[in-house]
Design a protein around this ligand. Sequence first.
Ligand code: SF4
Length: 218
Amino acid sequence: MAEPELAKRIIRVLKKLSAIHGSTMLARIGGGQPFRTLVATILSARVRDEVTEQVVPRVLERWPDAESLAVASPHQVEQVIRRIGLYRVKSVRLVEVAKQLMRDHGGRVPSDFDALIQLPGVGRKTAGCVMVYAFGQAALPVDTHVHRISNRLAWVKTSNPDATELALRAVVAKNWWSRVNDLLVHHGKTICRPQRPLCGDCLVWQDCAYGVKNRRPD
Ligand code: SF4
């Protein structure tokens, strides 16, 4: 159970961020469609949003579903996603995932977290993103932004994203889970950047010990 003060502080911060941040790339590009969201999430790891947003539609134009992607060769996929970081690994992964979807799920993306993390190369973050952005379910996908900012805000004290996810589950009210990724990823890309966060421009600095220390006096 979260300490009441911490729980209140978290909701205060999330509400403030809700007022200023729009949707993240995955919410936009996934369009609430499970296969599209899964492909976009796999491709987006360590890639700039603008590149992902250009490449995902090309992949889906050529292979709109698991059935078509399952019979593609990784080499064919490579030719389409070359601009994406780790494109060789991701090409193999996309085809393997499509094959497993055909074999175990009738070509559909399962709406079950435990089934999603059984797909090849699909970890908790990717599964959580699909649950949130494709199925509208409560999940807490934690990427590097969510991990970094949750620690800066002292919501958790953890050393890796999986530990952060578990810790966040204990302190964030469940009705806010699905918003955490969207809001903190956006905040991490615009204000609370990995290097030199813009604490002077941050709307939530008063609830952030790191920010209070980091802000220059006016
Ligand atoms: S005050 Fe600084 S460190 Fe804290 S959330 Fe804002 S930008 Fe990040």
